[in-house]
Ligand binder design. Structure first.
Ligand SMILES: Cc1cc2nc3c(=O)[nH]c(=O)nc-3n(C[C@H](O)[C@H](O)[C@H](O)COP(=O)(O)OP(=O)(O)OC[C@H]3O[C@@H](n4cnc5c(N)ncnc54)[C@H](O)[C@@H]3O)c2cc1C
Length: 390
């Protein structure tokens, strides 16, 4: 029993494979069902010389410098403060909603009083979730919270998740808080970067190790069998020493407790004979019909010289459906009390086996950003290290 198998070549699987290969000196086979590495951070150069992130726009943001140090072993990182605008009532408004937004939405004159109240109510706070505005005891702050909620949050949430805001886990809505200042950065994280040569190049470097073999285009689930009576996991009929799984946990167990809900994205591309068409790299459209965001990759992923075209991708959220080619990628776990219950049942299944490790956005059914995925994979490795070396 000397086989270590990692399923998935996204951030989570690649980092664990690298750590096991390098620090335990063990051979690792990475199985990836897509025809490329990188998972959802995969990017590629298109025919116009623009680096396109195939599964939607990605930016690295973290407050933890050790994440940056870890990534710098594999790639040059360039600072990049992500900027977004939101298109509301025919006007472009800064996202996150900040004090400038407030002035734009209620008018400069009326804003004076409200700004003073906000500063008092949330003194010392950088960002405040919308709920705190909605629940504030001051009627003017509550009214402003309601204005934002109705113009942006409710409609955006309905499209993004296919749910009303009160049906979805609060942590999801808390991801877009209001800035209690004029800060224009989308996220108030201390370290904001992009890999100079793109994310695929970064993951390629992580996987570049003599002990790592990557096999693409293979759905691992059809090769895995659980031998429940002997508590063993078999791959192609042979027992495995360790299975690191970063795919969808419900699929691993043949959907025996039902399908966990995900949102997918139908990404539609438009090409323009122009240098630039959007006023900012990403625009959010809470009031538009069917779509949520538009991204112009050229504004942040460095076109090759002489590139005279531009490409814009529009995100249409849609229910995950493996039989529909426009919706067959499980992008976002839908976190509700029902899905949490179902996830727990799958987790109990894995606990029957001592040698399976779940890691990543899908296997753990959490809305992880890259920095959290990276930290998590590094921590999982520390838990595993002794067991692997024994
Ligand atoms: C549209 C979008 C935008 C995002 N933007 C940001 C951002 O700006 N900043 C940020 O920090 N985070 C962002 N994220 C989150 C980020 O994508 C994730 O945190 C990260 O990619 C998760 O890595 P992972 O390895 O856990 O999962 P994944 O990237 O999903 O990798 C899992 C891999 O496993 C493979 N796999 C699954 N099942 C099987 C199987 N049965 N057999 C073989 N292989 C299998 C999949 O094909 C995939 O390659 C965004 C996510 C989305 C969807």
């Amino acid at each position: 029993m000397n086989r270590i198998i990692v399923v998935g070549a996204g951030f989570s699987g690649s980092i664990l494979a690298r750590k096991i290969a390098e620090e335990c000196g063990r051979k690792v086979t990475v199985i990836e069902k897509r025809l490329h590495i990188g998972g959802n951070v995969y990017d590629e150069w298109d025919e116009n010389g623009i680096l396109v992130q195939k599964y939607g726009p990605h930016f690295l943001n973290t407050n933890k410098y050790f994440i940056i140090e870890f990534l710098e072993r594999y790639a040059d990182l360039i600072p990049h403060d992500t900027k977004l605008l939101s298109f509301i009532d025919g006007k472009y408004i800064r996202l996150p909603f900040n004090f400038r937004t407030l002035q734009q939405l209620v008018g400069a004159k009326k804003s004076e009083n409200l700004l003073a109240k906000m500063r008092r109510a949330f003194a010392g706070r950088d960002r405040v979730p919308i709920f705190e505005l909605l629940e504030n005891k001051d009627t003017n702050i509550r009214a402003y919270g309601n204005l934002l909620f109705e113009k942006a949050y409710r409609t955006y949430t309905a499209k993004q998740w296919g749910l009303e805001p009160d049906e979805i886990d609060k942590s999801v809505l808390e991801r877009v808080p209001m800035a209690m200042n004029f800060d224009e950065r989308y996220l108030n994280k201390d370290f904001q970067y992009l890999p100079k040569k793109g994310f695929t190049d970064l993951i390629e470097k992580i996987l570049e190790h003599p002990n790592i073999k990557v096999k693409l285009g293979i759905d691992a689930v059809s090769h895995i069998r659980f031998d429940e009576s002997n508590r063993k996991i078999m791959y192609d009929g042979m027992p495995v020493e360790l299975l690191v799984f970063t795919g969808a946990i419900d699929e691993l167990f043949g959907l025996k407790y039902g399908r966990l809900p995900y949102r997918s994205l139908d990404l539609r591309y438009e090409y323009f004979d122009a240098d630039k068409v959007l006023p900012c790299e990403i625009i959010s459209y809470p009031q538009a019909d069917g779509y949520t965001r538009k991204t112009e990759y050229k504004q942040f992923t460095y076109p090759r010289p002489n590139c005279i075209k531009t490409v814009v991708v529009t995100e249409y959220p849609i229910t995950y459906d493996p039989s529909n080619p426009a919706a067959n990628i499980p992008y976002y776990p839908v976190l509700t009390s029902d899905s949490a219950e179902m996830y727990k049942k799958y987790l109990c299944e894995t606990e029957k086996y001592g040698n399976i490790v779940l890691c990543g956005r899908m296997a753990e059914f959490k809305y992880y950003n890259m920095d959290v995925c990276i930290e998590h994979a590094l921590n999982k490795f520390e838990e595993l290290r002794l067991r692997i070396e024994e």
